[in-house]
Design a binder for this molecule. Structure first.
Ligand code: ATP
Ligand code: MG
Length: 327
């Protein structure tokens, strides 16, 4: 596959601060991408079983397994990429090792590569994703994908994770590992790959997002969008919130009494305080939104689902991404 074969990104890498909703957004994006007759691969690389949990299906292994129907009727296929399995597959592919692969495993070589040398581990993990993106149609029916979504490590580790060339520089100057790292880097830097950063409208996640935008740019890669997750609509307008600043609770108590609501001063004070807290939160969110919009990237909002994440909830988020033109 040539990196310029298609202008549309085929590999969507999802990162963001821990706990902001990377796995959820990756799942929703895969659903949104799976239009009629299409197949989308959703990969995780940290062995956390986040995909199977999000879709409420049995644990995923090395087998690519259908986990959901996409919005447009296509298929979402899940894969939990395991470094050890990726290494064995890689050795078979390049060296036709046959049973010798098992010997390597017994001698601890596999453990060395997959747990002790983190750079090699990352090359193996992204290598598997790279292999899936690069599959050419025709070889094995039903084995190719229209898009691949990667639930990637958090922003704190994303720079290292994606900088595979640097990671293997000391370990492999020439040879197949080096070549593999070069090919992966070429794909990551091509227009076929975009990174999406998930954030909440809070200080730390936004800060990490802004840092990640820079880091990813420095790596020669593209940030496709910022996804603001768990957006809450304010129940009060900005004008109403502004009024709360110098509101005298006493007349409010009287007004509520006139409306037939018997409320004591404690409750009224509590209400006013809750309103002011809301105002403070909205002000902070507005500030964070300003900081995000300053980077000038496409930004999409996903609502906070009050009922949490069930199958309907994921579909709702996928629809929101689709309707905003995120995919
Ligand atoms: N829009 C949303 N509405 C309601 N709940 C949400 C939403 N997005 C995510 N969640 C919930 O928030 C929690 C964290 O989400 P998720 O696991 O996707 O985050 P993550 O960034 O992948 O976390 P980690 O860094 O641990 O991998 C989960 O319980 C998820 O169900
Ligand atoms: Mg996750």
């Amino acid at each position: 596959m040539s990196p310029t074969a298609s202008a549309a990104p085929r590999l969507h890498v999802i990162s963001g601060k821990g706990g902001t909703g990377k796995t959820t957004v990756a799942a929703a994006m895969a659903m949104a991408l799976a239009g009629e007759g299409q197949r989308v691969l959703l990969c995780e690389v940290e062995g956390r079983q986040g995909i199977s949990q999000a879709f409420d299906v049995p644990r995923l292994g090395e087998e690519e397994t259908k986990v959901a129907r996409g919005l447009g009727g296509g298929e979402v296929v899940g894969l939990s990429v395991d470094a050890k399995a990726a290494l064995m597959e890689y050795l078979q592919l390049f060296y036709k090792l046959g049973r010798a692969g098992g010997l390597l495993e017994r001698f601890g070589v596999v453990d060395f590569a997959t747990t002790i040398a983190p750079g090699v581990r990352d090359v193996l993990l992204i290598g598997k994703v790279y292999e899936a993106v690069g599959r050419t149609p025709g070889k094995k029916r039903g084995d190719t994908y229209d898009a691949v979504v990667l639930d990637a490590p958090p922003t704190g580790r994303i720079g290292r994770f994606l900088n595979v060339n640097h990671e293997v520089a000391d370990l492999a100057k020439v040879g197949p590992v080096r070549q593999q790292a070069d090919s992966i880097t070429e794909l990551l830097r091509s227009p076929q790959t975009v990174v999406h950063l998930v954030t909440l409208l809070e200080e730390m996640p936004v800060q990490e997002t802004l840092e990640a935008v820079e880091q990813i740019g420095d790596l020669g890669m593209r940030v496709g969008s910022i996804v603001v997750n768990q957006v809450r609509e304010s129940p009060l307008s900005d004008a109403a919130l502004a009024q709360l600043d110098d509101l005298d609770p006493a007349p409010l108590e009287a007004h509520l009494g006139e409306a037939g609501l018997r409320v004591g001063p404690v409750l009224v004070d509590g209400l006013v305080q809750a309103g002011r807290d809301l105002g403070a939160r909205v002000a902070l969110e507005t500030e964070e939104r300003g900081a995000l919009s300053a980077v000038g990237l496409p930004t999409y909002d996903l609502p906070l689902l009050p009922q949490g994440l069930d199958a309907g909830g994921l579909r709702e988020l996928a629809t929101a991404l689709h309707d905003q033109g995120a995919v």
